[in-house]
Design a protein around this ligand. Structure first.
Ligand code: ADP
Ligand code: MG
Length: 337
């Protein structure tokens, strides 16, 4: 008898969940990304005990019809990717169709959604659909996730204290707000408002929320472009600096990513203005033809492969150097005599 069996959907979702959902932050991030893809103008995030006891994400986006609302929990079910071609020009935050399937495999999910025609209420708990009914709710989507990992104790044990888990969530929400200043964000923890943005499109406002007045007052806007890249953002004056590179934010086509080459280019641009081991607060938005970016590197979508990266790095270095050139303490010509 053949020994090989195709896995059940639930088993493959549990395995995928290991890569997609390792802590409450991943749930918050995936749900916010879905809200962004659904054209939401406002996204509210409520977190309970660092997300360990639950999270609720509410948006005013497109919503789903009753059939899609259930399909969304199936593995590889997505409305964002239809052909092989699409994979090479991704403009949405999601495309792998595995977030809701993964979350539904390891937690209890209560989904309320309305596409403007009809409201639907669905429960999906640890891999099983337990409720699917018509329901009166406002247009948009509300997802409540409870009991994360309560049936996978090894994973549950890996979670840290509520305060730590919340700090990771807050950082992720900050980054999403920073790269989407035209969307209103509200983040609450155990009933307290921690962070909110107006959605009026001002990244400086978001930086103010994150770093306070002094940083916001000392940020210089910049922009530059080349044939392939258009860059803009805010450079905080070197008199305010940090001990780590964590405050260098790189957004490519509205997705905040991790990129050592670009981060290093920023550090290099500041080299003359900052002591060794001090790093700037810096935000750069990069617009590039999606065909030059490959987002499909890892399920967490944090890393990308970028064509012509060296060229981009040089553009960034030059832009920063020019920005601060006036402040450089160059010896005057007379000094050389
Ligand atoms: P992906 O985002 O990669 O497509 P997900 O598992 O995150 O995969 O979501 C599956 C599908 O469910 C999405 O493609 C989208 O059609 C739908 N969906 C999920 N969340 C929302 C939301 N907040 N509003 C509208 N549709 C949603
Ligand atoms: Mg998604």
């Amino acid at each position: 008898m053949a020994k090989i069996q195709v896995m059940s959907d639930h088993l493959s979702n549990l395995i995928a969940a290991g890569e997609v959902v390792s802590r409450p932050m991943n749930i918050v991030k995936e749900c916010i990304e879905n809200s962004l893809d659904a054209h939401a103008n406002s996204i509210e995030i409520e977190v309970f005990e660092g997300g360990i006891s639950g999270v609720i994400i509410t948006d005013d986006g497109d919503g789903m019809d009753p059939e899609d609302a259930l399909l969304a929990f199936s593995n590889h079910a997505t409305s964002k990717l239809k052909t092989e071609d699409d994979l090479f020009k991704i403009m949405t935050m999601g495309f792998r169709g595995e977030a809701l399937a993964s979350i539904g495999a390891v937690a209890s999910v209560d989904l309320q959604t309305n596409d403007g025609n009809q409201g639907t209420h669905i429960k999906f708990e640890y891999g099983s659909n337990t409720l699917h009914e018509e329901y009166a709710c406002p247009k948009g989507t509300r997802i409540e996730v409870r009991g994360l990992f309560s049936r996978t104790p090894a994973r549950l044990k890996y979670l840290k204290k509520a305060n730590y888990e919340f700090s990771v969530i807050a950082e992720a929400v900050n980054k999403l707000a920073l790269s989407h200043p035209n969307i209103r964000f509200l983040l609450k923890h155990d009933g307290r408002t921690i962070f909110q943005t107006s959605g009026k499109g001002n990244q400086k406002e978001v930086l103010y929320q994150m770093y306070g007045r002094e940083a916001a007052e000392n940020c210089l806007p910049f922009s530059a472009s080349s044939d392939d890249f258009q860059i803009d953002g805010y450079a905080i004056q070197p008199k305010i600096s940090r001990a780590s590179k964590n405050s260098i934010y790189v957004s490519i086509n509205s997705r905040i990513i991790r990129s050592w080459p670009i981060t290093n280019a920023v550090v290099e641009g500041y080299r003359e203005y900052l002591p060794k081991d001090r790093y700037p607060i810096f935000l750069i938005n990069i617009e590039v033809d999606p065909q030059l970016v490959d987002v499909n590197v890892h399920p967490n979508k944090l890393e990308v492969r970028l064509s012509k990266e060296e060229f981009l790095s040089q553009l960034i270095i030059n832009t920063i150097e020019n920005l601060f050139y006036d402040q450089l303490d160059t010896p005057s010509i007379d000094d050389s005599y």
